[in-house]
Design a protein around this ligand. Structure first.
Ligand SMILES: [Zn+2]
Length: 297
């Protein structure tokens, strides 16, 4: 199993069990119960003993063990956290527990670590995020929610409600389901905070290197303060305004919505397939999840 497959395989294994026990109408995932119950059953000598809210100054979430590593504790910041963010944070820490607990006994995860598009690398934060989104928003169910429908922030809002996550988390997950090229951009004051491209967009070179560079929004962008008074709209324009390498005839559909408790703007860019690249759909459902569950269970 490759490193990247592991977070998905772990989450899919738990999803298969939940499907068996609870059936398909089981959302949102009760992640605190699942984390405790699952760890007690599978890792009896070092379970997640407690999940609690605390006032944390510098972190959104934390996973730590007692001295003998016989018990683990998940703490989430109960300060200003919305319910969706809290759920994602607990799932993220549960991911560290399953995937990384043998490496350390304390994980402290900040605002920038959890559930943003900024974890493009294959580090443990990206893995914990991937585990969390796979567990909370299984791909097959997500696909079913958006199948045959026009992509819009209203539709993504429906998904966010169904899974009990933030709009940003649902929009990031949607990128992975879409086979056409899609890029999600978060911006504030006309500059990108982060941007994430799906596989098809990435392969065609449609991405923004926001970690290395300060990138300003194109002047014509709906989210630009020159135009963005009525963010929430949609427009179709020339892809070249966003991606200079695109052919002149290529069009991009752009939609925006305020998010993150209103301190940034999300822009979703949708484009047809590039003419020169085959879009390859990378299906992440682990086909032998059920077999392995049956074997282990
Ligand atoms: Zn983390």
């Amino acid at each position: 199993m490759t490193v990247a497959k592991k977070p998905m395989a772990e989450a899919n294994r738990i999803s298969s069990m939940l499907n068996l026990v609870l059936g398909p109408q089981r959302f949102p995932v009760k992640v605190d119960e699942v984390a405790q119950e699952y760890s007690r059953q599978c890792f009896r000598d070092s379970p997640i003993d407690k999940i609690q809210g605390e006032h944390l100054d510098d972190f959104d979430g934390m996973l730590k063990s007692n001295k003998s590593r016989s018990k683990w504790l998940i703490v989430y910041n109960d300060g200003v956290m919305a319910a969706g963010r809290k759920r994602f944070t607990i799932a993220h820490e549960f991911g560290h527990y399953l995937l990384h607990r043998h490496q350390r006994d304390t994980f402290e995860c900040g605002d920038g670590d959890i559930g943003t598009g900024d974890n493009n690398g294959r580090d443990i934060e990206a893995e914990a995020d991937l585990f969390a989104s796979t567990l909370l928003m299984p791909l097959d169910d997500f696909r079913h929610q958006i199948e045959g429908q026009q992509i819009s922030f209203d539709l993504l809002g429906h998904c966010a409600d169904r899974y009990g996550v933030s709009l940003t988390a649902a929009a990031l997950r949607c990128l992975e389901v879409l086979t056409k090229r899609a890029v999600l951009v978060a911006s504030r004051d006309d500059h990108m905070l982060w941007a994430k491209s799906n596989t098809a967009a990435l392969k065609s070179g449609a991405y923004f290197p926001t970690r290395k560079n300060t990138i300003e929004l194109p002047r014509q962008a709906l989210a630009h303060s020159d135009n963005g008074r009525d963010a929430g709209n949609q427009q179709t324009g020339r892809a070249q305004e966003w991606f200079p390498r695109e052919p002149a005839s290529m069009q991009v559909t752009e939609m925006t919505r305020r998010a993150g408790q209103y301190d940034y703007i999300l822009t979703l860019l949708l484009m047809p397939d590039a003419e020169w690249s085959d879009s390859q759909h990378d299906d992440e459902v682990d086909e032998d999840t059920f077999d392995r569950f049956a074997r282990n269970g």
